[in-house]
Ligand binder design. Structure first.
Ligand SMILES: CC(C)(COP(=O)(O)OP(=O)(O)OC[C@H]1O[C@@H](n2cnc3c(N)ncnc32)[C@H](O)[C@@H]1OP(=O)(O)O)[C@@H](O)C(=O)NCCC(=O)NCCS
Length: 380
C-alpha cells in the first residue's frame, strides 16, 4: 500500500508518521483494488471532527491516501473503491477530502467548501495603520516546551472556525517532531506564542529571495491575530512573509498600504459530501430565517430527495417532504454552500442551482452566510 501511495503522490512518509495517521483510522476504513494478488489501488478514511457554522462538531469521514497504480488508471478502480468505501461510512453524516485535482470528486457528490488564498506581504516599507492597536504579549518559544498551551489555543480556534478539525494528541506528536521530510527545503519551525494565539513559520531561500512562510496561525481572539502579525511583519531581513488563509483576511486592513499584500494563488481546500442531508443541515446555525423545499439529486449514493428546510432564530428543522420544490441542485452544490464559503447565487448564475424565484436564491445567500470565514483545520 505504501508503494502505491508513494507512486501516486511522489512522497514517502516515515513509519512514525504512518503510525500516527493510522491511529485515526477506524476498523474497516481501508479499501484496496486488486489485480489478481497484486494491490493496484488504495483509499481510506480517517475519523475526524468537523466544526460547522455556529460551533457544533460533526463526525466526518476524512477520505485520504486515494491512489491507483499508473499501470491501472482509468479502468474504474477508483469508482469501485469509492462505492465500497462509502458503504462503510454508515456512522458518518458527512465526508470530506482534499483533492489533488479538481476534476476527480464532483462525480462522487463532493463540492469545494473552503477557499485557500495564498497571501504574500512584501514587508519592507509595510507600516501598520495608526488606528490598529499594538497588543504585544508575543514570545518566541520552543514549541515542545509549550505543548499544553498550543493544544489549548488550537482547540479554542478550531471550535469557533467552520472547517476546523480536532487535532488529536498523536498528530501533535507529529507536528512537534518537525520531521525533515515535511520541511520542503525550509528551516525547522520557529514558533510565536501569545496567550490566545500562535504562529509556526519556516524560513526559505537565498539572500535575494528571503521568505518566511507561516505554516499555521491559530488566533482565538482578534487581539492575538494582530499581535502575531505585528511580529511577523516585523521579521527584519525577510523580503516576504507568506501564508495560506481564507479570503477577506485581516492583513490588508492592518497596513497603511494594502497593495503590499498580494494574492499569489486561490485554490480549493476542504471538499464536503453530505451523507445524511437533514442531519447535516440541522447541525449548523444560520444567519437569517428561511422556508424552502430543496430537491437534491445524488446519482452516486442515492441519498438525495426532497427536503423541507425551515430556519427560525438561527436554528434549522429539516425533513423529507412531498411538497413542490423551490430549488433544484446536486448534492455537491449543497456541500459547497454548507460552510458559507460559496454562495447559492454563484451557483444560480452558473445554472447549477435552479430556483423558481430569485427571492429564494437571495434568502439562501442570507441564511447560509457565516460570520466566521471557513478554513480547513489541517491537511489530511
Ligand atoms: C485520481 C486517481 C485515483 C483516479 O483513479 P482511476 O482508477 O483512474 O479512476 P476511475 O477509472 O475509477 O475513474 C472514475 C471516473 O473519474 C474520471 N477521472 C479519474 N481521474 C481523473 C482525473 N485525474 N481527471 C479527470 N477525470 C478523472 C474518469 O475519467 C472516470 O470518469 P467516467 O466515469 O466518466 O468514465 C488516479 O489517477 C491516481 O492515483 N492519481 C494519482 C494520485 C492522486 O491524484 N490521487 C488523488 C488524491 S486526492
Amino acid at each position: 500500500m505504501n508503494l502505491i501511495t508513494a507512486t501516486g503522490f511522489g512522497v514517502r512518509r516515515s513509519e512514525e508518521t504512518v503510525a500516527a495517521w493510522r491511529s485515526l483510522m477506524p476498523a474497516d476504513s481501508v479499501v484496496v483494488a486488486c489485480d489478481g494478488d497484486e494491490v493496484v489501488g488504495t483509499a481510506l478514511f480517517l475519523d475526524l471532527q468537523l466544526t460547522v457554522p455556529g460551533g457544533a462538531v460533526l463526525p466526518m469521514a476524512g477520505v485520504s491516501l486515494v491512489a491507483v497504480a499508473p499501470t491501472h488508471r482509468r479502468r474504474g478502480a477508483l469508482s469501485g473503491m469509492f462505492s465500497e468505501l462509502h458503504r462503510r461510512m454508515a456512522a458518518y453524516p458527512i465526508a470530506g477530502l482534499e483533492a489533488s485535482e479538481a476534476e476527480i470528486y464532483g462525480r462522487f457528490g463532493y463540492g469545494p467548501a473552503t477557499v485557500w488564498e495564498r497571501l504574500e506581504v512584501h514587508r519592507r516599507g509595510a507600516r501598520f495603520h495608526p488606528d490598529v492597536p499594538d497588543p504585544g504579549g508575543v514570545r518566541v518559544v520552543r514549541p515542545a516546551e509549550h505543548r499544553a498551551q498550543l493544544e489549548d489555543i488550537d482547540e479554542r480556534w478550531r471550535r469557533q472556525t467552520p472547517g476546523g478539525l480536532r487535532t488529536p494528541a498523536r498528530l501533535w506528536d507529529e507536528i512537534l517532531a518537525d520531521r525533515e521530510e515535511s520541511r520542503e527545503g525550509g528551516t525547522p519551525y520557529y514558533c510565536l506564542l501569545h496567550p490566545d494565539g500562535f504562529a509556526f513559520y519556516r524560513l526559505y531561500g537565498s539572500d535575494e529571495k528571503n521568505k518566511a512562510e507561516v505554516t499555521k496561525l491559530a488566533a482565538a481572539t482578534a487581539e492575538a491575530e494582530i499581535a502575531l502579525w505585528r511580529v511577523l511583519v516585523g521579521l527584519d531581513l525577510k523580503e516576504i512573509v507568506g501564508i495560506h488563509t481564507h479570503p477577506g483576511h485581516v492583513l490588508r486592513y492592518l497596513l497603511t498600504d494594502p497593495r503590499l499584500v498580494r494574492t499569489t494563488s486561490v485554490e480549493d481546500g476542504l471538499w464536503l459530501r453530505m451523507l445524511d442531508i437533514p442531519a447535516v443541515l440541522q447541525a449548523r446555525t444560520y444567519s437569517a430565517d428561511l422556508d424552502v423545499v430543496l430537491e437534491i439529486s445524488d446519482d452516486f449514493l442515492g441519498r438525495g430527495g426532497r427536503f423541507a428546510l425551515q430556519v427560525r432564530d438561527g436554528h434549522a428543522q429539516c425533513a423529507p417532504t412531498t411538497a413542490d420544490a423551490d430549488v433544484h441542485a446536486e448534492v455537491s452544490v449543497l456541500g459547497s454552500m454548507y460552510l458559507g464559503a460559496h454562495r447559492a447565487s454563484s451557483f444560480a448564475s452558473a445554472q447549477r442551482l435552479r430556483a423558481n424565484d430569485s427571492a429564494v436564491v437571495a434568502a439562501l445567500d442570507a441564511a447560509f452566510v457565516s460570520d466566521v470565514p471557513a478554513e480547513l483545520g489541517y491537511g489530511f
